[in-house]
Every structure is written in C-alpha cells, then in structure tokens.
Design a binder for this molecule. Structure first.
Ligand code: GDP
Ligand code: MN
Length: 344
C-alpha cells in the first residue's frame, strides 16, 4: 500500500498508483467518465473492457466526475480495477450543474411534462443538466483541465478489438483534434430551434475563411441541419477545442437561448456543430474505424478482414451500424476526405 498515495479534499479524491515506466513517453491524457454511484457495476464493466483491450499496455489516468460525491464502495472497487497511474474522483461545482437563474421554471416544467413520452429522457431534468454539463463545462473542471487529451467513456460500453497503439500519441503526431466512432441522426423533436439559433450565431460571430466543415452538418439542398452528429458517448479529443473564446462564445450564445431546458438539446449535436466551426481542417477529424465499440443499442464492428483479424475483434461485422442508412459516417468521411456529397 505504500506505492499508493491518496489525496483528499472536499471536492476531490486522487489516488496515485506508482507507475514503473517512463512517464515522459505518455501523452498528457485521461479517460473521462461522468457517472453516478448507482452505475458502479456498469462502470466496472467499462473499465475492465478498456483495460483488457487497451490500457493495460499504456496505463493512462482515469477521471471520474459526479454531481454528487462518490461513495466509498465506488472509489474502492473502481480503483481496484486500475493498477497504475492517477485515478481522479471529482464532484462537479454546484454552478456547473444546477439550472441557471435565467431559466424560466414554468417553461421548463411545461417542457418536462409535455415531453414525457414524445422522446427519450423527455421528462428528465437531470438528463438535461448532464447534456449541458458535457456541452459547456466538463473541460473547465480542475481535474480535467490539467490534461491535454481525453477519451470519454460511459458505464456499460464495450471495446471489441485490441488497440495496440497509443491513440493519444496518434492524435498528437497526426495533428488530430477530434476522434469518433459511431455517428447518427438526431431526433428533430429534441432540437426544434437549435439550427435557427446556430445560424444566428454564425451570422453574428463567425467569419472563417474555410467553411469546409460546416458541410458535416448542413443539408446542401435545404440549407438546414442534416441532423448528423458524432455519438458523443465515445470521443477521443483535444480539450483545447473547447478551451477557447470561439467555443465559449458559441456555447454561451446557445445556452442563453434556453434550449437545454425548454427543449432537450443533447451534447452530441452541440459538440458536432461546435466542432464544425472550431476545427479548421477536415484532416483534423479522425474516424476510429479500427475500434470495435458498443454503446447500447449500437455496435461499430470493423468490416475489413485484416483489421478484424489483426486486432482480435470479437464483435459481429453483420451488426455494424456505421455503414447503415441510419448512420452519418459515410457522409462524414466524404467531408473529411474532400469528396462531393449531396446525400444528406
Ligand atoms: P444516453 O447515453 O444518452 O442514454 O445517456 P446516459 O444515461 O448514458 O448518460 C450519459 C452519461 O452521463 C453517462 O456517462 C451517465 O453515467 C452520465 N449521467 C447521466 N445523468 C447523470 C446524472 O444525473 N448524474 C451523473 N453523475 N451522471 C449522469
Ligand atoms: Mn449512455
């Protein structure tokens, strides 16, 4: 136990487990998971999958965030699954989570009631708080902003293939800013006014030379949102894409419109529209097609035989979602590779 040091403050607990290898070789990166104490078993399943398929070779840190303090059982069991490195447990500052004062309580309640059975999580306030936190706050947390890159995880996900290279080093060496696996279309009912507000933001504040990446999210015929988004339960990205005045202004502008509460704006469309204005070059986006990935209810499974075999994938390629009609991945890859595409 003398190889484990524990640092405890009100809002954070850091367990450091001695790492025998050369720290210099690792990028400044962490796994990141927002979760609840009640999700403990699914959290353990995620960690085991990530350790087995990737992190037992690389020993990156983990960071867990919660709107409530993590309990002892959670901290004990989670840290017992992670043999090396720092394991950060943090609470979210109150004012990064609670419903802001400018939100009209009656209007919010009305939307919660009326969305009860018209959309997933329609009647959940905490889901809206979660989406807003991931849209505009996670990258400001003191346990997170000490890192350069993060890999977002969620409870109950699964990695199906070995990942034999350092994905963070890959991001850095190839000048990548945002990496994704699954993509899909958003339910329009959750974002009735998002596109209109985004257009307003662009008109007022956006004057980039290259507007290539707006093609990710724009229907070329109607000039409306094509509803495409990165499925943000998986992200490997550089924190600096959010930690700048451009993204901050974008988030603040949208936040002030109240759509996180009067509608049910997800962090997936918010990140996707944000990436389309903040990232300069298409090649700075990366599709991790070699990573077999599951988040309920969809699977990405590599279709290329060589990838499947070399990486010992244990998913069924027939279950792959990424190249179905419900996915935006083909469209995104066309944009990234500079191929004309009027399909969405
Ligand atoms: P879905 O993937 O859209 O179905 O939503 P999830 O229920 O998986 O939530 C997304 C992420 O936020 C997961 O990592 C959850 O553990 C986390 N999360 C959602 N709601 C809360 C909450 O109220 N408190 C905390 N601490 N985490 C939450
Ligand atoms: Mn989830």
């Amino acid at each position: 136990i003398d190889q484990v040091s524990l640092f405890q403050e009100d809002q954070k607990i850091i367990i450091h487990k001695y790492r025998d290898d050369n720290f210099q070789q690792r990028e400044n990166a962490t796994f990141l998971m927002l979760c609840r104490n009640s999700e403990l078993i699914d959290v353990l399943e995620t960690i085991q999958s990530v350790q087995d398929r990737y992190n037992n070779k690389f020993n990156y840190d983990y960071t867990f965030l919660n709107d409530k303090p993590f309990d002892n059982e959670f901290i004990y069991l989670v840290s017992s699954f992670i043999p090396f490195g720092s394991i950060n447990f943090g609470s979210i500052p109150e004012d990064h989570w609670r419903v802001p004062d400018f939100i009209n309580r009656n209007k919010l309640l009305a939307n919660l009631n009326q969305s009860n059975d018209t959309m997933l999580y329609g009647d959940s306030l905490s889901y809206r708080q979660m989406c807003r936190f991931y849209s505009g706050f996670f990258y400001k947390h003191e346990l997170v902003n000490q890192y350069q890159y993060y890999w977002r995880l969620e409870p109950g996900i699964k990695i199906f293939c070995d990942i034999d290279y350092d994905v963070f080093k890959f991001m850095k060496e190839n000048d990548k800013l945002y990496g994704f696996t699954l993509t899909m279309f958003e339910y329009e009912r959750t974002i009735p006014t998002l596109w209109k507000n985004f257009q307003e933001y662009l008109k007022l504040h956006y004057n980039k030379q290259s507007q290539q990446l707006l093609k990710l999210v724009t229907n070329p015929i109607s000039n409306t949102y094509n509803l495409c988004h990165f499925w943000t339960n998986f992200e490997i990205a550089k924190l600096s894409i959010y930690q700048n005045s451009e993204y901050e202004n974008y988030f603040k502008f949208l936040d002030s419109k109240g759509g996180f509460f009067y509608e049910r704006w997800g962090d997936a469309p918010i990140h996707s529209l944000g990436v389309s204005i903040v990232v300069e070059e298409p090649h700075q986006l990366h599709w991790f097609g070699d990573i077999g990935y599951y988040h309920q209810p969809y699977v990405q499974c590599p279709l290329k035989n060589q990838v499947f075999i070399n990486n010992k994938c244990s998913c069924n390629p027939d279950d792959d979602f990424s190249f179905t009609d419900l996915s935006c991945t083909s469209h995104f890859l066309n944009v990234i590779n500079g191929i004309e595409d009027n399909s969405v």
